[in-house]
Design a protein around this ligand. Structure first.
Ligand SMILES: Cc1cc2nc3c(=O)[nH]c(=O)nc-3n(C[C@H](O)[C@H](O)[C@H](O)COP(=O)(O)O)c2cc1C
Length: 353
């Protein structure tokens, strides 16, 4: 009896198993529009048996993109571009999710295979935005500190993005509050130096991310689940940590968030992250135990028995795999075989089962 391959239902949405494709930037768009690459990339993982396929960090505004090649959802053309993708994912039995994001001070960068460095405004880049005018790294362009009007505009952008995600056929929205992007920059004292009601003590640092969660929840239908990805710790002293994460998650739960996707790190350069098999599992386990919310574990999960053990021991309700899904789009089909579970294969591939 496999827990990994048992269905999980959040609000009205049933996932066929607890193996989710973790959001992964493909840096393969023009003007934020997904195309054939995304249809094939995401579609392959749905054919491969994933329970949920989460589209990469998708910008709520053009300046919210990490790179000029990121996906976006700030216009109606983006909705039309996503429709064939979400239709195909559903036809293959996978739930379509989308991560809504703003890259904050880590926006306007070259794609990784072109070095990933900041692109200055005027050379194809743009002025970045952040809670405070503090760059990510020494020598990086200085972001513009957000004004009260900018915060109002961002709330509208996230809310409108959620409306468009629904029109585009998504059944799950995930708000990106991790990895040193805009909302994590509000949470972490390492990036947030504001002296107004959005900075300083924990209650103030939570205020803007919670405002966004409230706005998205108000827009997103009651019968559809809302996920939030957090960085559960910054891995450095005087930063964000698991204790503060638990306070945040309790508030998110009150607002109607259904699932916490537990990652960590990336708000400042050169953090001492202890990468290793399942190194972030303690975060999903502790958040689940102390808040009662459903959690997902991500990070160096590659092995079927390891994934089964994480969910079977109640350390998470689901696992999210990123790089392992790049190595093997059909990982769930192979994992089922390894665990001795009989799951259906696509009819077209039955002769290979
Ligand atoms: C190519 C690539 C792109 C990624 N893009 C995103 C992203 O868009 N949003 C996000 O939250 N994490 C992103 N991540 C992080 C992954 O979702 C995941 O948290 C991380 O890779 C650890 O999981 P893994 O060990 O299974 O790869 C990305 C990772 C990779 C390898």
């Amino acid at each position: 009896m496999s827990i990994l391959f048992s269905p999980i239902t959040l609000r009205s949405v049933a996932m066929r198993n607890r193996i989710f494709v973790s959001p992964m930037c493909q840096y393969s768009c023009q003007d934020g529009l997904v195309g054939i690459w995304h249809l094939v990339h995401l579609g392959s993982r749905a054919v491969g048996g994933a329970g949920l396929v989460m589209v990469e960090a998708t910008a709520v505004s053009p300046e919210g993109r990490i790179s000029p090649q990121d996906t976006g959802i700030w216009g109606d053309a983006h909705v039309d571009a996503f429709l064939p993708v979400t239709r195909f994912l559903a036809e293959q039995g996978a739930v379509a999710g989308i991560q809504l994001a703003h890259a904050g001070r880590k926006a306007s960068c070259a794609v990784p295979w072109q070095g990933g460095k900041p692109i200055p405004a005027g050379s194809g880049g743009w002025q970045t935005l952040a809670p405070s005018a503090v760059p990510f790294d020494v020598g990086d362009p200085v972001p513009k500190a957000l004004t009260a009007d900018d915060l109002d505009a961002l709330e509208v952008q996230f809310r409108t993005a959620a409306r468009r995600a629904l029109a585009a056929g998504f059944k799950v929205v995930e708000i990106h509050m991790a990895h040193g992007y805009l909302l994590h920059e509000f949470l972490s004292p390492l990036a947030n130096r504001r002296e107004d009601e959005y900075g300083g003590n924990l209650e103030n640092r939570l205020r803007f991310p919670l405002r966004i969660a409230r706005a998205v929840r108000a827009e997103w239908p009651d019968d559809l689940p809302l996920f939030v990805r957090i960085s559960a710790t910054d891995w450095v002293g005087n930063g964000w940590d698991i204790e503060q994460s638990i306070v945040l998650v309790k508030e998110l739960k009150k607002l109607g968030v259904d699932f916490i996707d537990c990652s960590s790190g990336f708000v400042v350069p050169n953090e001492p992250v202890p990468f290793g098999p399942g190194f972030q599992v303690p975060f999903s386990a502790r958040i689940r135990a102390e808040t009662g919310i459903a959690t997902g574990s991500v990070g160096c999960i590659t092995d079927p028995a390891q994934a089964e053990q994480i969910v079977a021991t109640g350390q998470a309700d689901a696992v999210l795999l990123a790089r392992q899904f790049l190595r093997d789009p059909y990982w769930p089909l192979h994992a089922a075989k390894a665990l001795g579970v009989d799951i259906p294969w696509p009819n077209q591939y039955l002769r290979a089962k």
